[in-house]
Design a protein around this ligand. Structure first.
Ligand SMILES: Cc1cc2nc3c(=O)[nH]c(=O)nc-3n(C[C@H](O)[C@H](O)[C@H](O)COP(=O)(O)OP(=O)(O)OC[C@H]3O[C@@H](n4cnc5c(N)ncnc54)[C@H](O)[C@@H]3O)c2cc1C
Length: 386
């Protein structure tokens, strides 16, 4: 049997066999059950473990969809989705490669020079590259076009000065992706350029920001006349806005938008299995029904990317719905663990704490839900055109 996933254009993709995907999922589950890690909610962002990433790389599960000539696996995005869903379901620490695999590699493939492809893609596939995302600034979050970090021409390249904030894993990163202004601020969607910067370049200072529970995963990053060679421009000078908008389809449209709290959801199901409660079963049923819908949307997105689309609108929809779903897993989790006595299980209690502290970020990071709703509403009111 083949999966035939409807593509927004009306085309159908049918080159991924369901039994191949099932075998792939079994392979990932076997790998995970032999691996040593503590499952956590939101571990794609919080869990940076270079040893685990090296083991994932050795399986060929980083850069799975990229051409083999760059070290990739030449597989489909639907196959990649099977792997990433399994890693997330297990709450595995995939943060060391997540961003490079999810969005930076694909952007280098789309817009990078041959030199950049050869320099970065094989190293990402080996799990050696941790890229942090230098997009947000204190006055440029939802309104990303307001970035004030500036790159000016310098002999042999560019000199970048400015400050980024909320930069996840900058303190551990080998490279930063930086969006900087290279042209005038008006028109504001022009004159932006993307760069790939070595984190050990002189002029970069990283300062930690601790989250509500005192964990350190994001940072402020200051750039003071940081030299970036010409060949590290990603894509076209001045076309950064168009490119970054495409990139957000990869950032927003993945399964981490609805599976960050899956380890908690699995613990809830276990709790109800041990202590059946009718209302709890109904609530979990409602959640798992929504999860099935989100997974179908995610599969359609992966299939759309397989045929070369950058489905930004569908990705925004997945992110909005996924963020609300994850919040509701926590809300229902409090109830279910209460009525089933599940909080006596230390693992379930720890997962609830993890999820309570993680989910508020879900509707902000990668694009605030309020803003994405506006994007979706506008798209619909203009006839749903992309
Ligand atoms: C856990 C976490 C990790 C992050 N990691 C990174 C990272 O690695 N790299 C990076 O560059 N950034 C990162 N961010 C930053 C994130 O992308 C921004 O927080 C996000 O884009 C929102 O920007 P802001 O914080 O400036 O909020 P603002 O833009 O000030 O928005 C605040 C709130 O105002 C409302 N709002 C704003 N504008 C509108 C509007 N037009 N219409 C309706 N409502 C509106 C929304 O409710 C929004 O939540 C991270 C954030 C979090 C929480």
């Amino acid at each position: 049997m083949h999966s035939a996933v409807a593509h927004p254009s009306g085309r159908r993709r049918s080159d991924v066999r369901d039994d191949d995907l099932a075998a792939l999922r079994r392979e990932v589950r076997a790998f995970l059950s032999a691996a040593s890690f503590t499952p956590r909610c939101d571990n794609w962002m919080r869990g940076v473990d270079s040893g685990f990433t090296a083991a994932v790389a050795a399986q060929g599960w980083i850069g799975m969809t990229w051409p083999q000539e760059y070290g990739g696996g030449g597989r489909s995005n639907v196959a990649r989705l099977a792997v990433t869903e399994e890693l997330l379901r297990a709450g595995a620490p995939v943060g060391a490669h997540w961003t490079a695999d999810r969005q930076i590699g694909p952007v280098i493939l789309r817009h990078g020079t041959e030199r950049l492809r050869r320099e970065f893609l094989p190293a990402i596939c080996r799990g050696e590259v941790l890229v942090c995302l230098g997009l947000s600034e204190t006055e440029a979050g939802s309104d990303l076009a307001a970035v004030r970090t500036r790159a000016v021409p310098a002999p042999g390249g560019w000199s970048i000065s400015g400050a980024k904030t909320w930069t996840t894993s900058a303190h551990l990163a080998t490279h930063a992706y930086v969006l900087a202004r290279t042209g005038p601020a008006d028109p504001r969607h022009e004159g932006l350029t993307e760069f790939l910067v070595d984190m050990d370049t002189p002029g970069i200072t990283v300062r930690p920001i601790l989250d509500l529970v005192g964990e350190h995963h994001f940072n402020e990053v200051f750039l003071d006349e940081v030299f970036v060679p010409e060949h590290r421009v990603l894509g076209t000078v001045g076309a950064g806005w168009k490119q970054v908008t495409e990139q957000l389809a990869f950032e927003r449209g993945g399964p981490e938008r609805y599976l960050s709290t899956y380890p908690l959801l699995a613990a809830l199901v276990d709790a109800v299995r041990r202590h059946p409660d009718r209302a709890a079963v109904e609530r979990l049923g409602a959640l798992t029904g929504r999860l099935a819908g989100l997974r179908a949307l995610s599969t359609a997105l992966a299939a759309a990317i397989d045929v070369g689309a950058a489905p930004t609108r569908e990705a925004a929809a997945l992110k909005v719905l996924g963020a609300q779903f994850e919040k509701d897993v926590v809300e229902e989790g409090r109830y279910v663990l209460d009525v089933t006595g599940g909080l006596e299980d230390a693992t379930a209690a720890a997962l609830l704490v993890d999820a309570v502290t993680a989910v508020p970020a879900g509707s902000v990071r990668g694009g605030a839900s309020d803003v994405l709703r506006t994007v979706l509403g506008r798209a619909e009111s203009t006839g749903g055109t992309r």
